[in-house]
Design a protein around this ligand. Sequence first.
Ligand code: ARG
Length: 454
Amino acid sequence: MTTPGYRDTPPESWDPEAPVDFAEAEEFLRMCYGDNRKLGSVKPRLAVVRAQIAATGTYVHTPDELAYGARVAWRNSSRCIGRLYWRSLVVLDRRRARTPEEIFALVVRHLCMAGGTAAANREPGAIRPVISVFPQAQPGRPYARIWNEQLIRYAGYRDVNGGVTGDPKAVRFTESMRDLGWRGKGDAFDVLPVAIETPAHGVRLFELPERAVLEVPLAHPDYGWFAELGLRWHAVPAISNMRLTIGGVHYPLAPFNGWYMGTEIGARNLADPDRYNMIPVVARMLGLDTSKPNTLWRDRALVELNRAVLWSFERAGVKITDHHTESDRFLAHIRNETKSGREVPADWSWIVPPMSGGATGVFHRYYHEADERPNFYLDADARALGVHGHRAQLATEPTEQAAARPAATPEAPARVVPLQERRAPAVPAQPPSPADPSRVVPSPTLRPACPVRH
Ligand code: ARG
């Protein structure tokens, strides 16, 4: 099996020096104008695009092309089970943003719109799929990017005895942010700063304001002790280091979000041994026999942890979905697409949920494995930046791709931008009510000695 992006075959690499391939532009534009009759004839558009590429090495999408391209990129994302609603993606055209401050302000607006906390239409928890598309890459020129893998992620701190407080996945990134001057509280759920790099400014760190970070404290419908574990998770998963490619044009800075499927939190982020590793803690609290694997204590703890996630989000009025519902929706999506004469590219190993796989319909079949454009790609250097949070590592790692050019010189000074709006300290300004799920902070005194250290 050699399909790029599936199994061990890396996705096709991107050459940031290369001009746009007209054939790819033409293929996209024919599809776009074929599917959107109101846009008129593609012929004159092709002539314009051909001339633009000849003159500048690239071309500029119209807002309609951009919106359609971004939605189809989601439709083609073979690892995403949630594609039934691909047409509803809200596309924010942010191609005029240049400075880190402008970019950050728009990132905050993105998160507020996605989380339903935007001032205009306050409905916290009504998560909407949103993408913000920042300036496209110009062939051979440096470009702006965000280093974080997601806009909202929790820090991880290694302590003296080798344990970790917070998300172990973020330890190196967190260390780098501290080297750049950021000071976290040192808690298990500290939201990391957003590291924005532009050609003219180097990298700068920004602290997200409270209203941009909707979070849900986790409790269990049946077990009172669960809330005392002090667990929580953020409501909006927003991937920020994948490159959107549409018709041969590349957008390295195009953060996008959907809503969560419970298992992402309950069966991976809080459960994986190399993440928050809560399964043994939950099993102990449930009083399960953990002396041997065949008591299925892991499975039983996993189910209760996942019930807690789904129940807590629902209670807080924050949109989330479960893996059974999402499996059915994905199969409905395949039926819709088949009716429209399209295959659905999909990667079984990502589509099947990480618990109860065989209890969901998506388990019991194979999928069409294809790499179709438009799409989103995680480049090797973007991945490394998301893990390490600095460029030094990139120089020492063999670059698989024709060296995506760093936007700024490595010596460019980093600085933490002071915020007018800092995140609130431990106690929220207004006492949260059940109707206001944002930033409910569980009382620190309720936390047991070491739920998230290991
Ligand atoms: N699995 C990732 C996480 O737990 C998020 C990936 C995107 N998920 C989504 N539902 N759109 O943070």
